[in-house]
Design a protein around this ligand. Structure first.
Ligand SMILES: Cc1cc2nc3c(=O)[nH]c(=O)nc-3n(C[C@H](O)[C@H](O)[C@H](O)COP(=O)(O)OP(=O)(O)OC[C@H]3O[C@@H](n4cnc5c(N)ncnc54)[C@H](O)[C@@H]3O)c2cc1C
Length: 538
């Protein structure tokens, strides 16, 4: 391959794939995408429920582990991250949530140009929403969003009725005028197949002559000459390559790998880099800092009525589910397991919802190590009601521990390290039991299984969520954008401070974590990031 291009994009994930499509659309720019992982053309990537299998599959997953976390009873949490075309959008649970409008107004305060009014038009342009376009939803954009109204498990209706009687009204669109309420999640699923960013953005772009995608290309360093990023070094098949960029280098490696790559390139906490024998080109302690992530937990009940456990556990049930999928694109395999959802406040004094709900007509023990048995559920009819916090105040960090670029960086999550996060989670898990006690669900419940009726006191509930909760896979903000150089890595045009020709565009660029799942805002980053890059090129 030629050793020069206009734009280099490091990582073909949620943001990187969108950038590749947008930057190549005019035909004026040569773009090369370097992706450490391989192809996304795999059965379990396309199959919506297949993500349960990808959870612990090193062929498509970086398989990160956090440091032992005092907030999680000393355990090391498993952090899957996609390592293939489409990145984490190729292994995620496909829930489509933009976040609360006030989250973006906070973004706009931290980084002018990123407020709700600025991002709404971008979201509407991105979406092709099956539910139709309106003042909030988009229609006709490149990313099909399933309204997810057909083939849901009947227990979803009972769940929504229980929420209503518990004081949480039904909400037909969490991405509409109001986020609060209970209802059904929209999904990035199209024609019963995962609609990753590789499928919706990258593959169409790959048909253009000016878009090159190199898989198996692990970028090890940004090459910086005279204060300007001029290219990258990468390893492919054990060989070292250098690729030069005439215009810009854009890092879209995600919230763990982008700060790692900056640090390896001499941009980060000076003392850390010096200690590892690396040159310090830009001393910025914010690189890898401000790590923000949602923590989640499931409560489970044995039910008097059948759930997906009954269908997915026996071999003949798996066979029927497989036939339903192959013959009709239907059944549990055609969906995410999160049929129902919601957003609520743990106390009325909260200005907006501070907890997110997940309802699954399914239950399984999720061990921290080993395979998540999503196709091997509990041997009873199980229901799970889960939740995750929306705006935790705990912060962790990502730091390299070695000059070797192939070594995983140190991930310190610091889960539940603030009083706020413990107090609101305690109130939230109590709400799960309150929900299960509503007549619509109580009449169908046999018994509570996890954590079980013995766990009642505040101390026991806290100990339980420290032992059983974990990431819901939304690490963000580790190269955060902001107007204040003292607390950020990027300016509001996503440019790395202190180096020319270098941007970071992915979930690490978020000024703050949004209330909801992070695929939509990562795609937004790619979309708006491309507008900025093209604007600056003009
Ligand atoms: C198991 C799981 C379930 C999730 N469920 C949901 C959900 O239901 N809904 C939702 O909205 N969000 C969900 N998320 C979160 C969401 O998918 C991510 O926040 C989002 O995809 C992040 O996008 P990104 O562009 O920042 O990074 P990624 O999509 O992770 O992309 C980064 C890419 O860069 C590549 N890369 C990294 N380093 C290098 C390097 N040095 N050289 C070359 N390439 C490199 C990676 O291999 C990867 O392809 C989930 C995530 C996971 C892991």
């Amino acid at each position: 391959m030629s050793d020069e291009t206009d734009y280099i994009i490091v990582g073909a994930g949620s943001a990187g794939s969108v950038l590749a499509e947008r930057l190549t659309a005019s035909g004026k720019h040569r773009v090369t995408v370097l992706e450490a992982g391989g192809s996304d053309r795999r059965f379990y990537v396309a199959l919506p429920l297949g993500y349960g299998k990808l959870f612990y599959d090193p062929a498509v997953n970086w398989m990160y582990k956090t440091e032992p976390d005092p907030g999680l009873a000393g355990q090391r949490d498993h952090w899957p991250r996609g390592k293939l075309l489409g990145g984490s959008s190729s292994i995620n649970a496909m829930v489509w949530i933009r976040g609360h409008r006030a989250d973006y107004d906070e973004w706009g305060q931290a980084a002018p140009g990123w407020g709700w009014e600025d991002v709404l038009s971008a979201y509407r342009a991105i979406e092709d929403n099956e539910a139709g376009g309106d003042a909030w939803r988009g229609k006709g954009g490149p990313l099909f969003i399933s309204a997810n109204r057909r083939g849901l498990h009947p227990l979803v209706k009972d769940y929504v009725a229980a929420c209503e009687s518990a004081g949480l009204p039904e909400n037909a669109d969490f991405n509409g005028a109001e986020q609060e309420g209970a209802g059904i999640y929209q999904m990035t699923i199209k024609s019963a197949r995962r609609n990753s960013t590789a499928r919706a953005f990258l593959r169409p772009a790959m048909k253009r002559p000016n878009c090159r995608v190199v898989t198996g290309a692990h970028v090890t360093r940004v090459v910086i000459e005279g204060g300007r990023a001029v290219g990258v070094e990468y390893l492919k098949d054990g060989q070292r390559h250098v690729l030069r960029a005439k215009a810009e280098v854009i890092l879209s490696g995600g919230a763990i790998n982008s700060p790692q790559l900056l640090q390896l390139s001499g941009i980060g906490p000076g003392a850390l880099l010096q200690g590892l024998g690396l040159p310090v080109l830009v001393d910025n302690p914010n690189v890898g800092d401000h790590l923000n992530d949602h923590q989640g937990i499931n409560y489970t009940w044995a039910m008097k009525v059948p759930t997906y456990n009954d269908e997915l556990r026996p071999w003949w049930g798996k066979l029927i589910a497989g036939m339903k999928y192959v013959l009709a694109g239907a059944g549990p395999l055609a969906k995410s397991i999160n049929h129902g959802g919601g957003f609520f406040r743990t106390d009325p004094g909260q200005p907006r919802p501070n907890m997110q709900l997940y309802m699954q007509a399914f239950s399984t023990l999720i061990p921290r190590d080993g395979e998540r048995p999503i196709l091997n559920p509990d041997p009873w009819s199980g229901l799970s009601l889960g939740l995750s916090n929306c705006r935790p105040t705990s912060r962790g960090h990502i730091r390299i521990n070695n000059a070797d670029p192939l070594r995983h960086p140190t991930i310190v999550a610091n889960a539940f390290s603030t009083e706020n996060d413990v107090t609101e989670m305690l109130a939230a898990v109590k709400f799960l039991r309150h929900l299960a006690a509503q007549p619509a669900l109580a009449r169908l419940i046999k018994e509570e299984l996890r954590p079980g009726p013995a766990v009642q006191s505040d101390e026991a509930l806290i100990q339980d969520f420290r032992e059983r909760s974990g990431t819901v896979y939304h690490p963000s903000c580790t190269c955060r954008m902001g107007a204040d150089p003292a607390t950020s890595v990027l300016d509001n045009r996503l440019r790395v401070r202190g180096v020319e020709g270098l941007r970071v565009i992915d979930a690490s660029s978020f000024p703050n974590l949004i209330a909801g799942n992070t695929n939509a805002p990562s795609i937004l980053m790619g979309w708006k990031g491309a507008e900025i890059v093209l604007g600056d090129a003009r």
